[in-house]
Design a protein around this ligand. Structure first.
Ligand code: KG4
Ligand code: ZN
Length: 332
């Protein structure tokens, strides 16, 4: 069976084809990061307009790459939510129009389920059950996953998502949007131990987390340095990056260990953009369980995870009817 997947929930346009026999056979992506960088964050209206320009050429390129004709497709999956309303509407309308014109069924997909299942696109894939750490720009959740569609929320951030904390902290350190990846690169040049930041909710006796206070702690540190030296030099900024990253990674890693203990599962899946973070990978790989990360290219938003999640829900495929988007949509 061949499933076309379309992702347009935020600032990446992704189109991919998953073959249930052969795996991923087409994967096209366009990132709008450069366009939004000049504004310091995603501008929703610009995101929607750009998706509209990209969807048709990316779909053509994906079909060519996979040597597949539109008529060969068995279903068209698309991200129905959560995400930016206008951006979601572009992919949703396109997918439904394409499906209607070619008499194909559609499969609305939950964006987070796409992330959650994306490590199954790797050659070395996890088996159920597993604990999943979902760390993106919009969500930070720990889940018990016992099968496709069988998710139990064990804990989550009660305020900022980990990726959001990375981006906001990057911004206040003067890094270009999105600051997360850049901040973690600079952390590699940092000296350990110069800046210690708090580990919020580490002893909360549950699996919830909080990251919004961390950026305030960084701001306080930056202001202290400025008061003393007038400016924050490069080395100091790198040291702050390292201290901040250590704090986030420490909290995530300890909460995940608690989740593994609580469930008794011995596999861990890490998904979402922050899953690309080198320090998080290093820490989690030290745990005495099997740890699965999606390939780096599939950590951030992409069409492949939507095509794959769609293929896992082929039995839910439905004829095109009235459609809507779900900008706010809890997975569980
Ligand atoms: O999953 P994703 O592409 O989009 C959402 O659905 O949110 O995640 C994007 C988030 C951004 O906040 C970005 O800064 C963060 O992932 N990110 C990173 C790294 N690469 C991306 N955060 C920390 N370290 C990285 N290497
Ligand atoms: Zn995402």
């Amino acid at each position: 069976m061949l499933v076309l997947g379309i992702e347009s929930s935020c600032d990446e346009t992704g189109v991919a084809i998953y073959d249930t026999e052969r795996g991923l056979i087409g994967n096209q992506l366009h990132t709008q990061i450069a366009m939004h960088a000049q504004y310091g964050g995603v501008v929703p209206e610009l995101a929607s307009r750009d998706h509209i320009h990209r969807l048709v050429p990316l779909t053509r390129a994906c079909l060519d790459e996979a040597h597949v004709d539109l008529q060969d497709l068995d279903a068209i999956a698309y991200t129905q939510g959560p995400g930016l309303g206008g951006a979601l509407l572009t992919g949703t309308s396109f997918a439904n129009a394409l499906a209607f014109a070619n008499d194909k069924p559609v499969i609305p997909v939950h964006h987070l389920e796409g992330h959650l299942l994306s490590p199954m696109l790797a050659e070395d894939k996890p088996e159920f059950p597993f604990v999943a750490l979902l760390v993106s720009g919009g969500h930070t959740q720990i889940m018990a996953v016992t099968g496709v569609g069988k998710y139990e929320l064990l804990g989550e951030s009660i305020d900022d998502a980990a990726g959001e904390a990375f981006d906001k902290t990057g911004k206040l350190l003067g890094l270009p949007y999105p600051g997360g990846a850049k901040l973690s690169q600079l952390a590699k040049l940092g000296v350990a131990g110069r800046f210690e930041f708090p580990r919020p909710m580490l002893h909360s006796h549950d699996l919830n987390m909080s990251f919004s206070g961390l950026k305030t702690a960084v701001l306080t540190a930056v202001n202290k340095v400025k008061e003393a030296h007038g400016t924050v030099d490069e080395q100091t900024r790198n040291d702050i990056c390292l201290g901040f990253q250590d704090a986030v990674v420490d909290v995530l890693s300890r909460k995940v260990q608690d989740a593994l203990k609580q469930t008794g599962f011995n596999s861990l899946v890490v998904a979402g953009g922050v899953g690309a973070n080198w320090k998080l990978r290093e820490r989690l790989n030290q745990l005495k369980v099997r740890v699965f990360f999606p390939p780096l290219s599939l950590c951030t938003d992409n069409g492949a995870m939507i095509a794959f999640a769609g293929a896992m829900h082929l039995q839910d495929a439905r004829a095109v009817g009235a459609f809507d988007v779900k900008p706010r949509w809890p997975l569980i």
